[in-house]
Design a protein around this ligand. Structure first.
Ligand code: AMP
Ligand code: MG
Length: 328
């Protein structure tokens, strides 16, 4: 089965062509450098960049895979959740290609895509932790297509905690990789940051208090030199608190469900310290995506689309972008 995947939910334009589970071509155009000056993603600019990049990427992917559009068996596109303008570019392009080539089209929930990014080789049931710039949640995958949301964040996502923390520290956007880099030469026990809801007994996260604790700590320093002198330790301690919160809730979810296989995906799953800490855990096995599949990509959309199509066929012939899509 030949599948074209298209992902434009936020600031990455992703295109992939798969033959069954084999990736023939995988392309990603990151917009980070355009948004970095603003300290976050500008939705209008993201949509315009998708518009510029998407069709050229589709053409390159087809020629690198040595196929024509009409040979495809399926187009899978992310239809939500995400930024409205960004999603619309992907969905409308996919609809047009589907009509012109006469290829079936399937709309995919971005979160189902993330589930497929992290679960290679896993057989359900398993737990899926999605930790990105917009989401932090644990989902029970009873079977593919049969999902239950166990719990999520009450406020900020873990990636947002990295990004907002970095902003407080005067570091570049996106904050996760910056904090990780400086944390490597810092002492994670130098500052005692709170791990919110750690012992609440609930599979829920909260990161806004942690961000405020960082802000108060930074305000305590008398000068920017003092802040700089403590920068690596601050990054290491702040990162450690986020990691501790994530791992505490995985342990709880494992205990509550009795499911001992866990997959993780989303931008924060690229964090080296988190990956190491997860590999050291006893009590569950962890499945981690390759680094390039942690952040948004179209391989995950194509895999989720293929799986859904083989299970259900086309159930929704009119694919519509939905920025606040809930139902996976
Ligand atoms: P996504 O929303 O899945 O596209 O991922 C982007 C988010 O992942 C941003 O909030 C980044 O700060 C975060 N992120 C990316 N790489 C890392 C990393 N190495 N450590 C922590 N967070 C990261
Ligand atoms: Mg994402």
């Amino acid at each position: 089965m030949l599948i074209l995947g298209i992902e434009t939910s936020c600031d990455d334009t992703g295109v992939a062509i798969l033959r069954d589970n084999e990736v023939l071509c995988e392309l990603l155009s990151s917009q980070i450098k355009f948004h970095a000056d603003y300290g976050g993603v500008i939705p209008e600019m993201a949509a315009r960049k998708h518009l510029e990049n998407l069709l050229p990427l589709v053409n390159i992917a087809l020629s690198e895979s040595k196929i024509s559009g009409r040979e495809l068996d399926l187009i899978a596109v992310t239809r939500g959740p995400g930024l409205m303008g960004a999603l619309m570019v992907g969905v409308q392009t996919a609809r047009a290609l589907s009509q012109v080539w006469g290829v079936p089209l399937i709309g995919i929930n971005h979160l189902e895509g993330h589930i497929f990014a992290g679960c290679e080789g896993l057989k359900p049931p398993f737990l899926s932790l999605i930790v990105s710039g917009g989401h932090t949640e644990i989902i029970t995958v009873r079977d593919f297509g049969d999902y239950e949301l166990l719990g999520q964040t009450r406020d900020d996502a873990a990636g947002e905690a990295f990004d907002k923390g970095a902003k407080i520290l005067g570091l570049k956007y996106p904050g996760g990789p910056e904090i990780e880099k400086l944390a490597r030469s810092g002492n994670s026990k130098a500052f005692n940051f709170p791990v919110p809801l750690k012992n609440s007994g609930l599979v829920e996260f909260s990161f806004s208090g942690l961000k405020t604790a960082l802000l108060w700590q930074v305000k305590k320093f008398a000068s920017s030199e003092e802040l700089q002198a403590n920068m690596n330790d601050l990054c290491a301690s702040y990162q450690a608190a986020i990691i501790e919160a994530l791992i505490a809730k995985i342990r709880l979810a494992v205990k509550l469900t009795g499911i001992h296989q866990v997959s993780i995906s989303g931008g924060v799953s690229a964090n080296g310290a988190l990956r190491e800490a997860l590999r050291r855990e006893k009590g569950f096995t962890i499945s981690l995506p390759e680094l390039k599949r942690c952040t948004d990509n179209a391989v995950m959309t194509a895999l989720a689309g293929q799986n859904r199509y083989l299970r259900e066929g086309i159930t929704n012939s009119e694919v519509i972008a939905d920025p606040s899509l809930h139902e996976i």
